[in-house]
Design a binder for this molecule. Sequence first.
Ligand code: G3P
Length: 220
Amino acid sequence: MEFFLDTAEIDEVREIAAWGILDGVTTNPSLIKKSGRDFKQVVREIAEICDGPISAEVTALDTDGMVEQGRALKDELPPNVIIKVPCTPEGLAATKILSDQGIGVNVTLIFNASQAVMAAKAGAMYVSPFIGRIDDTGADGMDLIAEIMTIWDYYPELDTKVLAASIRNPMHILQAMQMGAHTATMPTKIFRQLVKHPLTDKGIQQFMDDWSEVEAAGKA
Ligand code: G3P
């Protein structure tokens, strides 16, 4: 499973990339706004730190505009940048055009399985179901991942990866893995939570304390 970081903060990309397990980064207009920085500069810096796919989102809503923005981003930014478009009829058309030109597309804001299927048919490299935002409505976002993966199982020729997005807790990641999702994008906090356990910290402390005594006895 690929693990992507969902952020526009360079320090966070550096932190998680240093762990050696970062496969890509996703950004969106809200994350760029939060960073307070220039969009292209942020994506350029991220793409230099992380070799994997870096999603940069278009903001046009019409097909021509999305294609134009997507091509411009591909021209101006490093080659590992892929283009994120929303799941609308215009977004599907843009996905088809960009994909046919060999440009990787991540179709975002997916809230049901039919949207995922349509995006895959258009040639998307990734489809991004938004788990947490479905949970926010009182439904279970993981049900959508299960439904999509069931469909994907019937069509092994589908090479579109299912990217679990809008992740709010470590269980979302573990459940997405159990369902066979190819990729997940998550905030830095979730990366930290996934590796943390109080018994690990307690065990380290005990080993350090005991080792100090071994050293003090001159037996190290
Ligand atoms: O990048 C898209 C997605 O992960 C956003 O998540 O937390 O804003 O619903 P969230």
